[in-house]
Design a protein around this ligand. Structure first.
Ligand code: GLY
Length: 351
């Protein structure tokens, strides 16, 4: 299956289970981590023909998605004598695609890159849409670029080795898409046998459907708002809270999707306090998250510190925080100007 990302400039395709042979008349630089290479490098190399292939690894984990690692990657790119025609392949999860895309976007003012995601989360979200970046002491993904890949190849064969935790984390981003855009998708999610899904015994059919549905939705969103000045912000549902939690826990406690699950629950609580979402709808989402063993709560140690951290969010401007909330199941909106009192009331529920 092929899904077009129809951007005016930089259009590309996402191929689902269609990675056959990739031929390059240039150098290719594969960026990955030792775990992924141990599991899947052999099978990837069978599919790649290039002038020269370089393999670079970085440490596995969101806590390493920072400027130091970018410098290491760039040094490896220079040591490999990549030129401006060379191609970088990000082969891994969201951390790898974020950093690979960022390094590609700044190496000699930009070289081509391709994403071959190996986590469900990267397939349904991170690898598509051209957001690249890294974290710093001030927060998550605060440094980065919009830089579209030339192609994305999602292969369910690479997802078969994922743990239950990683599969659930990917599902969190898919649940996000459903709550923001499509009530029918939420019903599909409810119909999935979570036990079979988490034990990776649900079969490739379900995985392929999840990936395809998510990318089809994301394609339409990105085509309408590539640089996130409107509708694309809805893809950040749950993330305003999640990024603070990830930053406060130094990117070590939660997988990104797990933090998003907690963040969605917090956003729902805020939507409920504002009278947009009913208790019943809130409960329904909570049940769906719990069904996939996702966390829904985080103990906030210092409410004021947590509140202040919102102002470093990229959606915050003119000293105002913008929250992405569901107005009902399958529909999201951007809410500006929420009173501090209501936000603190919401945070107190988690203190
Ligand atoms: N991960 C959200 C986006 O790509 O906009």
């Amino acid at each position: 299956m092929q899904i077009d990302i129809n951007l005016k400039e930089n259009a590309y395709k996402v191929y689902v289970d269609e990675l056959k042979n990739l031929e390059f008349d240039t150098k290719v630089f594969i960026l990955s981590n030792p775990k992924i290479l141990g599991l899947h490098l052999k099978s990837l190399l069978l599919k790649i023909k290039a002038k020269e292939v370089f393999i670079a690894t970085v440490k596995d984990g969101e806590e390493y998605k920072n400027l130091n690692t970018i410098e290491e990657i760039l040094n490896q790119m220079f040591n490999s004598k990549l030129d401006r025609k060379s191609v970088l392949i990000s082969f891994g999860g969201g951390v790898i695609s974020d950093m690979g895309g960022f390094a590609a976007s700044i190496y000699q003012r930009g070289i081509d890159f391709i994403n071959i995601p190996t986590t469900l989360l990267a397939c349904v979200d991170a690898a598509v849409g051209g957001k690249t970046g890294i974290n710093n002491a001030f927060g998550k993904n605060l440094i980065g670029t919009f830089y579209q890949p030339k192609a994305v190849y999602c292969q369910s064969e690479f997802l078969r080795t994922l743990s239950a935790r990683e599969l659930a984390a990917g599902m969190a981003e898919f649940i996000k898409m459903a709550i923001m855009f499509d009530k029918n998708l939420l019903e599909f999610i409810e119909s999935i046998d979570a036990k079979a899904f988490l034990s990776a015994s649900c079969g490739d059919e379900i995985l392929t459907k999840i990936i395809a549905k998510s990318i089809e939705l994301k394609a339409r969103v990105v085509e309408n708002d590539e640089k996130e000045s409107g509708v694309r912000m809805l893809l950040n549902y749950g993330h305003t809270f999640a990024h603070v939690i990830e930053n406060f826990t130094e990117y070590k406690t939660y997988l990104h999707g797990e933090a998003v699950a907690i963040g969605m629950n917090m956003a729902n609580c805020l939507a409920c306090n504002l009278g947009f979402l009913s208790q019943e709808e809130c409960k329904k989402i909570e049940q769906i998250l719990l069904k996939f063993n996702l966390p829904i709560s985080y103990k906030i140690a210092n409410i004021d510190e947590f509140y202040q951290a919102f102002f470093r969010d990229k959606k915050s401007y003119n000293s105002k925080i913008n929250f992405i909330l569901p107005s009902q199941l399958g529909k999201g909106f951007i809410k500006e100007d929420i009173s501090k009192e209501i936000i603190l009331k919401t945070l107190k529920v988690f203190a």
